[in-house]
Design a protein around this ligand. Sequence first.
Ligand code: NDP
Length: 269
Amino acid sequence: MKHWCDWRDAPQADFAVLGDPVSHSLSPKMHRAAFATLGLDLTYAALRVPLAELAVALDFLTEKGYRGVNLTLPLKEEGLRLAREADEFSRHCGAVNTIRLPNRQATNTDGPGFLESLTVWNLPPKCKTLIMGAGGSARAVAFALAESGHEISLWNRSTKKAAHLIEDLKIQATPLLDPALLNQDLLVDCTGASLQSTAIPIDWTQAKPSLKVVDLAYSKLPTPLIEAATEHNLEAQDGKAMLVGQGALALEFWLDIRAPRTDMLSAIL
Ligand code: NDP
């Protein structure tokens, strides 16, 4: 099967990730590995869908017999608007990343998938967490952490957007003017900055030795944030574990079968 294509040229398949752009997505590799492990004769495509065409693309894929889709940038908010049924977490976050077809039941597995990725660490129950960023992924991460009872501080380069996120999600969180690490147990970078040429100015000397670091961005090589954390002897992980968590939960939502997380991770390393 071709690596990706426009939705109008969609192949006969069972599932797909939709986005614009979508060529970078690791979801096809990960889901195909899961289907192979489970011995399921199912296929997964990557389809470019511009935001304005999501509604018609969903109709088209339903007609073609697709059983479900994952949504990535910039489709998650529009996905919620087009869903017939969405769970409370999705409605609260204002976004969905997984839709079951043909009935358009939708969910958002980004937040729970992120929480799954933290289970490798023995974090304190009321974990003091600094989230950087106030975009779509920060919303899912902040809401999932807040629901689990963690103490959140939020920094975003535009402070208004950080304040808006806190107000809109109705969560307890402290907005910060700088990304200060003092007393934090967990740092989560939801900006994607480490894959751009800009570096967020972090004073690592304030970090507790037990601070854990997550960069939601991921690449073959360690991201600059992961490199910096490791240089300061801190444990860190990039976004691949979250990608697997959200993908596994999406597969379970569609098929009601336990997803093979280890094989899904191996497929994208
Ligand atoms: P959005 O565009 O919705 O939000 C990005 C946020 O980061 C905004 O608040 C923006 O600030 C801020 N930001 C962007 N660039 C910089 C910078 N150079 N310095 C400081 N702040 C910056 O993106 P998403 O939330 O959807 O995605 C963010 C990252 O998370 C991406 O790298 C994405 O790939 C990754 N991701 C990973 C997932 C996974 O499964 N591992 C799932 C979802 C996302 P401002 O408001 O000022 O513009």
